[in-house]
Design a protein around this ligand. Structure first.
Ligand code: NAD
Length: 249
């Protein structure tokens, strides 16, 4: 019997990076995976690879989010795990003095409002089941700020962390665990895109990682699989840091 045998997992942003690595890991551990992404090509490819179901969804759009969970439920009969992971990187110059209101709002919509929408619409399924595990992707910057000046991004991830704690406490007695995943820098397209624009930023970031390298997406996926599983049955409302020691330094 595998750890996630027959659990139904909905992963947002599963077409790339951390989401894709987690879709692979969940499938290996026996889960039925719903791959949700805005990018149709990447999402369909990921779903085909893991033998899952693709749902095209913009996580900032409430109709898309409700359709995403309805589709998962109609297809598989439950929604046991929600990995609310889709997110975007900060605008080019995300210092508070430079970030415009439109860019700020877009980051909050995709990174924070999306998590509100996903939790709001998945919790009723989990309440009916009397169990569920929600993992929301925050970031180490939510815990300690950022050395690279990214105010809209850091604020959005701080909101994800606070919301996860609140919901974890609120729904603990109903068997629903809610945790915030706080990765350190992970070698994914999101990070590579950021560093391609500003190579010095990569160096500045790297010196802060005690382990001395960026994470592989698979290392983050391993932590998500743990949080999703019954091995983490006493873990809720936590900030789960997988950051190579950054926050401890
Ligand atoms: P990525 O760019 O590799 O993948 C993100 C995926 O989300 C893409 O497939 C993209 O199409 C999808 N997406 C973007 N906007 C969407 C929307 N509105 N609706 C649905 N899907 C959408 O990024 P990643 O590095 O794997 O990041 C995943 C999460 O991890 C993000 O929330 C990110 O903020 C967070 N994170 C990343 C790092 C890092 O260093 N890579 C560190 C900490 C936290």
């Amino acid at each position: 019997m595998q750890r996630l045998q027959d659990r139904v997992a909905v992963i947002t942003g599963a077409g790339s990076g951390i989401g894709l690595a987690t879709a692979r890991r969940f499938a290996q551990e026996g889960a039925k995976v719903v791959v949700a992404d805005l990018d149709e090509e990447a999402g369909a490819k990921a779903a085909a690879e893991v033998g899952g179901l693709f749902v095209k969804a913009d996580v900032a759009n409430e109709d898309d989010v409700t359709r995403m969970y309805r589709t998962a439920f109609e297809e598989f009969g439950s929604v046991d795990i929600a990995f609310n992971n889709a997110g975007i990187s900060p605008p080019d110059d995300d210092s508070i003095l430079e970030t415009g209101l439109d860019a700020w709002r877009r980051v909050q919509e995709v990174n924070l409002t999306s998590v509100y929408l996903c939790c709001k619409h998945v919790i009723p399924y989990m309440q009916r089941q009397g169990k569920g595990s929600i993992i929301n992707t925050a970031s180490f910057v939510a815990v300690m700020g950022s050395a690279t000046s990214q105010i809209s991004y850091t604020a959005s991830k701080g909101g994800v962390l606070a919301m996860s704690r609140e919901l974890g406490v609120q729904f603990a007695r109903e068997g629903i665990r809610v945790n915030a995943l706080c990765p350190g820098p992970v070698d994914t397209p999101l990070l590579r895109e950021l560093f391609a624009k500003d190579p010095e930023r990569a160096q500045r970031r790297l010196v802060h990682v005690p382990i001395g390298r960026f994470a592989r997406a698979e290392e983050i996926a391993a932590a998500v699989a743990f949080l999703a599983s019954d091995d983490a049955s006493f873990i809720t409302a936590s900030e789960f840091l997988v950051d190579g020691g950054i926050s401890g330094a």
